[in-house]
Design a protein around this ligand. Structure first.
Ligand code: HEM
Length: 112
């Protein structure tokens, strides 16, 4: 597959993962199963797209990629926490925002 396809998969699934993660912080408890299924699938697709890009663009293992993986891991866990810790929603939202910001800054700035 060409890198553009991996790019589209990566960015689209990150958008879905981010959107549904924020939704999870305020959604009704009955939506838990459906939302966690959607964020789970989006999370896997984001990783497939990310590693597809890494391989196709022959990037190797730069430091910024490890930082993005940590951001992805954290973001992927937040929807589940959101349902269990409703009172922590503002903190979880701040963490989600920080993860997305750091991951985007990493890919454009590439400090290491
Ligand atoms: C919160 C998580 C993440 C966000 C918000 C994010 C966001 C982005 C964005 C906006 C781009 C630029 C669009 C593009 O070139 O396709 C990108 C590219 C990329 N991402 Fe991610 N990403 C995340 C996680 C990951 C993970 C876990 C990996 C590693 C498997 C990864 C690997 C890459 C690679 C290799 C590129 C292409 C860099 C290049 O063009 O040279 N990303 N990401």
């Amino acid at each position: 597959m060409p890198p553009t396809v991996y790019s589209i998969i990566h960015v689209l699934s990150i958008l879905v993962l981010t959107g549904y993660t924020f939704y999870a912080f305020a959604a009704a408890p009955e939506s838990r199963k459906r939302v966690l299924m959607i964020t789970g699938i989006a999370s896997v697709l984001a990783l497939v797209g990310g590693f597809g890009l890494q391989a196709k663009l022959a990037l190797g293992w730069p430091g910024w990629l490890f930082v993005k993986i940590v951001c992805w891991l954290t973001l992927s866990a937040l929807a589940g926490f959101g349902y269990r810790r409703r009172q922590s929603a503002p903190t979880l939202a701040a963490v989600a925002f920080a993860c997305v910001t750091v991951a985007v800054v990493m890919v454009y700035v590439r400090p290491f």
